[in-house]
Design a binder for this molecule. Structure first.
Ligand code: GUN
Length: 294
């Protein structure tokens, strides 16, 4: 059996073009373009690449983007002062603080100073808290998990009553995707570095989410035949045969697992493009919310 390849690049393009049309409609009605402020602190190379890609996507869909950069030496107070200023700027509908923050800064406190209505990443304690509670809805859902839910829907994955297994418990992916799958009535297992036998857990999964940051950890015999597999990993592995000297692989051994799974995301071109598409959608949502609030 060969899997359906879940084309994240295509679905992300569809979402971005929906956002673009909606932004044009707003502007034609005399409403302001949605505004996204990004805050990049320090010199993390991957963060710089991600933030640049976010600004490029904003430009493409007509969202106004504002880039704020602070040195790794910035103080907690300087960052919180900047966030307060952005909270009060009516041109800014969404605020994204790129994570991880440099060592020594209090991430929880920085995220707690965000206006809940501008927290397009869904990382403010109130948004994440609402996601964790029955019968409550957060205003925003973290972008990568939100993108994964779209991909699961596109793959026709049945979530109600399914067994979902997640490898990884990060605040950005593992934990919020677990909460979303639980809200969708899946029975959820979260595995991590202290789980004694990962494969015995993953073999039971109807839906398997790999977000553990270990290149090609998940092998064919870790996967139940017919499972839907979502690979969140982006790992650089040395490969002298390529021009760049490395290649990107996920947390799943794609070639062999695609012989077993019903559907699988590729790396690159699976989950990655969805994160930014969902950020565009969330920023539009934030602008619509601001229309109602003011
Ligand atoms: N770092 C890695 N992924 C993300 C994300 O989705 N949002 C933010 N703010 N930082 C990240």
């Amino acid at each position: 059996m060969s899997s359906m390849i879940i084309d994240g690049k295509k679905f992300a393009e569809e979402i971005r073009s929906e956002v673009k049309i909606a932004v044009e409609k707003r502007i034609n009605k005399g409403l302001q373009a949605p505004g996204l402020a990004t805050v990049l602190i320090g010199d993390n190379a991957a963060s710089k690449v991600y933030v640049r890609a976010k600004h490029r996507a904003c430009e493409e869909v007509g969202i106004k983007s504002l880039a704020y950069k602070l040195p790794a030496s910035a103080s907690q107070t300087e960052i919180e002062t900047l966030v307060a200023k952005l909270n009060n700027n009516p041109e800014v509908n969404g605020i994204l603080i790129q994570l991880p923050l440099p060592a020594g800064l209090n991430e929880e406190k920085v995220l707690g100073t965000l206006s809940v209505e501008k927290d397009v990443d869904g990382f403010h304690p109130i948004n994440i808290g609402r996601l964790a509670q029955k019968g409550r809805e957060s205003i925003f859902i973290p972008c990568t998990p939100a993108g994964i839910m779209v991909l699961l829907e596109k793959a026709g994955a049945k979530l109600d009553g399914a067994k979902a297994v997640i490898l990884g418990r990060s605040n950005i992916v593992g934990m919020p995707i677990a909460l979303l799958l639980l809200k969708a009535n899946a029975t959820v297992t979260i595995c991590h570095s202290h789980t004694p036998d990962l494969a015995s857990e993953t073999r039971q999964a109807d839906v398997l989410i790999a977000a553990i940051g270990q290149p090609e950890l998940v092998r064919a015999d870790w996967v139940k035949p017919g499972a839907v597999v979502i690979d969140v990993g982006i790992n650089h592995v040395d490969d002298p045969s390529t021009k760049r000297g490395y290649r990107l692989v996920g947390d799943v051994a794609f070639e062999e697992v695609s012989q077993v799974a019903k559907a699988i995301t590729p790396v690159p071109g699976g989950v990655g493009p969805m994160t930014i598409a969902m950020l565009m959608r969330s920023t539009l949502h934030a602008a619509r919310l601001a229309d109602k609030l003011h």
